[in-house]
Design a protein. Structure first.
Length: 162
């Protein structure tokens, strides 16, 4: 009686489907249960595979994002180092130019001292020895070198007759 009620219920639900078979023996019931378990396992495996793929995709996306951020950070650091190195090189070049200018001023002052000494020697020797005066004394003031905020300043030497 139970089988008949079950058959009628199934026939009412799936009357449009002619492929519905109702198991009648214990072996058919076991086979249907095994098929149901296999379908559930296949569905579970498919869900697990989909979840695993989603996790793998998220991990890959996170790795790609981290790599992009790392590359951007490395580029920013490299750009900052390059900018600072360029600024430092410009300062070195400026300092080198100031040193060269100061060296030129020192060389000029040395030449002026040498010229002043030569001129003083000429003045000493050019006086006639008439005896009415003594030979003039010539003083050469040494050049003064000052270092201030604008750079090195060199005062040229002067010659004084006494």
């Amino acid at each position: 009686m139970k089988k008949f009620a079950l058959i009628l219920a199934l026939a009412a639900i799936g009357s449009a489907s002619a492929a519905i078979t109702i198991p009648t023996s214990k072996a058919e019931w076991k086979s249907a249960a095994d098929a149901k378990k296999a379908a559930a396992k296949a569905d579970s495996d498919a869900r697990k595979a989909a979840a695993k793929k989603a996790v793998t995709d998220k991990i890959a996306a996170a790795k790609a994002e981290a790599a992009a951020k790392d590359a951007a950070a490395k580029k920013a650091v490299t750009d900052a180092i390059t900018e600072k190195a360029t600024a430092a090189q410009a300062k070195v070049n400026e300092a080198s130019a100031k040193v060269a200018e100061a060296q030129a001023q020192v060389d000029s002052a040395k030449k002026a001292v040498s010229d002043a000494k030569a001129k003083a020697e000429d003045l000493k020797n050019s006086c006639s020895s008439c005896g009415s005066c003594s030979k003039p004394k010539v003083e050469v003031e040494k050049p003064a070198i000052e270092l201030n905020e604008t750079g090195i300043q060199i005062k040229k030497p002067s010659i004084k007759l006494k």
